[in-house]
Design a protein around this ligand. Structure first.
Ligand code: ZN
Length: 205
């Protein structure tokens, strides 16, 4: 017999920093998987709340470009026979419309685009190299899905002792539980800083 359990619990409280100062030359913005398949209603794996984060992520991109922060995009990028499709169905197939980053957030020529195979943007990619060669110490992580590719990429950054900053209005998940679970892990486990997309300030020196 299959038993379904439903447990109601409280999310432990966490702080959302009203102001976060970043060093422009030591900080990178990492925009995770803002691709048509995840963001567009026509996408194969659309996250309902992802579209609502586009303005906040656009604000982060503008902030980063205005202050000279490195901007890195991750792009889920699968072969048509990827084993991940057994879990999620086909999505972000290499070279398709679904794999393209949404036009509102199209990368600039100077931005770095990292094509990735799994949830963790560092796994099997040049992300670590791109951050190290710029002597990056802090990453602002935005995008989707909060508890999947955002969390695994933020976690992998934290395990490398990078400071992790996550603007809560710039990440999205399939359910509010997933969103809250991800934010809790980022704060509690990875000692990241939660803030809003409008709360970043570039330090002078
Ligand atoms: Zn994938």
């Amino acid at each position: 017999m299959h038993l379904e359990t439903r447990t109601v619990i409280e999310v432990p409280s966490y702080d959302i920093a009203p102001r976060v100062e970043v060093k422009p030359d030591r900080t990178a913005l990492v925009v995770v998987d803002m691709q048509n398949d995840f963001v567009d209603p026509q996408g194969s794996l659309c996250v309902g709340t992802a579209r609502a984060t586009v303005p906040a992520i656009g604000r982060l991109c503008n902030f980063a470009h205005a202050h000279g922060l490195a901007v890195v995009y991750t792009q889920d990028w699968h072969r048509p026979d990827d084993p991940e499709f057994a879990l999620w169905g086909p999505h972000a197939v290499a070279g398709t419309w679904g794999a393209e980053i949404v036009p509102e957030l199209a990368p600039r020529p100077e931005d770095v685009v990292i094509r990735k195979l799994r949830y963790d943007g560092f796994y099997g990619t040049s992300l670590d190299h791109e951050l190290r060669r710029r002597r990056i110490a802090s990453v602002i992580v935005a995008g989707t899905v909060s508890n999947i590719c955002v969390l695994h990429t933020a976690g992998s950054a934290a395990l490398r002792w990078l400071q992790v900053i996550v603007p809560v209005d710039a990440v999205s998940a399939l359910t509010e539980f997933d969103q809250q679970a991800a934010l809790r892990q980022i704060v509690f486990l990875y000692r990241g800083t939660l803030t809003h997309s409008e709360s970043l300030v570039a330090s002078a020196g």
